[in-house]
Write a protein that binds this ligand. Structure first.
Ligand code: ARG
Length: 451
């Protein structure tokens, strides 16, 4: 909504902070109880305020709460409604509190829920990756560097590299959660409330693990928002990388994968098209998520203590980041579940002899030839193979011997399967290693479920 020509509308945040209504009520109920415990309000007054807040919750749930933009923000809207419902006693709720510690509390409560939801979605995505890896455990494909075919790998190994990325994302969000989990309420406008409220009790009541130690910092700290926005940007970058592969692999040139109908769309003009639009959109949405991070850090830069109205600009990017990330994770898991891999094509491509060049060089090195020398020998050998148009499996030992006397009969044992099986080291692509990783991953996922 444009506020053109109207300063009051320009100031108003109701349009977006109405999203925090339930958190605001949660904070207010706890605050009212803390005031009662500190002998600031009586038992009857507490009861009226709580009853009023419950009626407001009901109005919100039924969609009949009278939002009034002229009251600027969600805090004023709820406070005014409370006074309308319960009379002047409602005006006692704001004793010793400020909208500054109120908004800081609301937004932290929102962030805690958001992170918990994101963690559930990250786990679902991880589980989907593990399922796909397990059900394609034997499928081979070329691994790439510089987008050039490099060495054969297992598709399961390729997929599980995303599992590792998401594992780091999970850790980042858990760490972000710890920094969110600090109660600012009791800081009042900037210097701390003069009423003897029990902040430890408040923290416990609102489910916070810690309380802030400096009121001026507490009302102006938004580091935790940048933590979330950075973590979300990193996750979106990971999703975007996988989307890029799905897009490439869906092309006629690769023809490695087909996404489910719901995840592709046709062209309005070219009937044969099956565009990977969902993957492209997720890839595209990295822009707004990373943009939100930049927006927030630039807003925070150079703010003097303590609260400044600039901080109101933290919310829209944050809300957008949370919704975009949740939606993208949900789409990503669904799309991944729907993927059909063209395993024949992957298998055929992985059997390209050129992908075995490193393996042949390693063979010579194991026979005692310094790797640098093996590298040169194999380069000449493969140039000749390409020139002659022959394939490795057709060659007899004499062909090899022309390039190095170190070749022996067992060179014939080298093939795509053996090259993959040879990478049997922690983190390598051999089937044994990948199965081990799948088992560990499953164990980790089920332990988390028990948390
Ligand atoms: N709408 C404000 C925000 O989002 C709430 C706090 C207003 N505080 C103030 N002193 N004006 O930051």
């Amino acid at each position: 909504m444009s506020s053109f020509g109207d300063p009051a509308t320009f100031l108003a945040s109701l349009d977006f902070d109405k999203k925090l209504a339930h958190y605001d009520i949660q904070g207010s109920s706890a605050w009212a109880q803390a005031l009662f415990r500190a002998d600031v309000i009586s038992d009857d007054e507490l009861k009226s305020i709580i009853k009023g807040l419950q009626s407001i919750t009901k109005e919100l749930n039924e969609g009949i709460f009278p939002f009034r933009v002229e009251l600027e923000d969600i805090h004023f809207n709820i406070e005014r409604r409370l006074i309308e419902l319960v009379g002047p006693v409602g005006g006692k709720l704001h004793s010793g509190r400020s909208r500054n510690d109120q908004i800081a509390t609301d937004i932290r409560l929102f962030c805690k829920d958001a992170i918990s939801n994101i963690l559930v979605l990250l786990k679902r995505f991880q589980k989907t990756l593990v399922d796909k890896a397990e059900s394609h455990i034997d499928v081979m494909l070329p691994g790439y560097t510089h987008l050039q075919r490099a060495q054969p790998v297992l598709l399961s190994h390729h997929l599980l590299s995303y599992f590792e990325m998401v594992t780091r994302d999970v850790i980042r969000f858990k760490q972000a959660f710890d920094r969110v989990d600090v109660l600012p309420l009791g800081s009042a406008a900037l210097s701390g409330t003069p009423y003897g409220v029990d902040r430890e009790w408040l923290a416990n009541e609102l489910g916070f693990g810690n309380i802030s130690m400096n009121s001026m910092d507490a009302v102006s700290d938004r580091d935790f928002i940048t933590d979330i926005e950075f973590s979300a940007s990193m996750t979106m970058i990971h999703l975007s990388r996988l989307c890029e592969e799905i897009i490439l692999w869906s092309s006629e040139e690769f023809n490695y994968v087909t996404a489910g109908d719901a995840y592709t769309s046709g062209s309005s003009i070219m009937p044969q098209k099956r565009n990977p639009d969902i993957a492209e959109l997720i890839r595209g949405k990295v822009g707004r998520v990373a943009g939100a991070l930049i927006s927030t850090i630039v807003t925070l830069k150079g703010l003097p203590l303590a609260y400044n109205r600039d901080l109101q600009e933290d919310k829209e990017p944050l809300f957008d980041v949370v919704t975009t990330l949740q939606d993208s994770l949900d789409m990503m898991a669904g799309m991944l579940e729907s993927l059909e891999f063209n395993t024949d094509r992957m298998d055929a491509d992985s059997r390209d002899d050129l992908l075995l060049a490193t393996e042949v060089a390693d063979y010579l090195t194991k026979k005692g030839v310094p790797f640098r020398e093996s590298h040169g020998v194999v380069k000449s050998l493969f140039e000749k193979i390409v020139e002659d148009g022959v394939s490795l499996s057709d060659l007899d030992l004499n062909y090899y011997k022309e390039f190095s006397t170190y070749f022996e009969e067992d060179i014939k044992l080298i093939n795509t399967e053996s090259a993959i099986a040879a990478r049997n080291i922690t983190g390598g692509t051999s089937k044994l290693q990948v199965i081990q990783r799948i088992n560990d991953a499953r164990m980790g996922l089920s332990e988390d479920e028990q948390d």
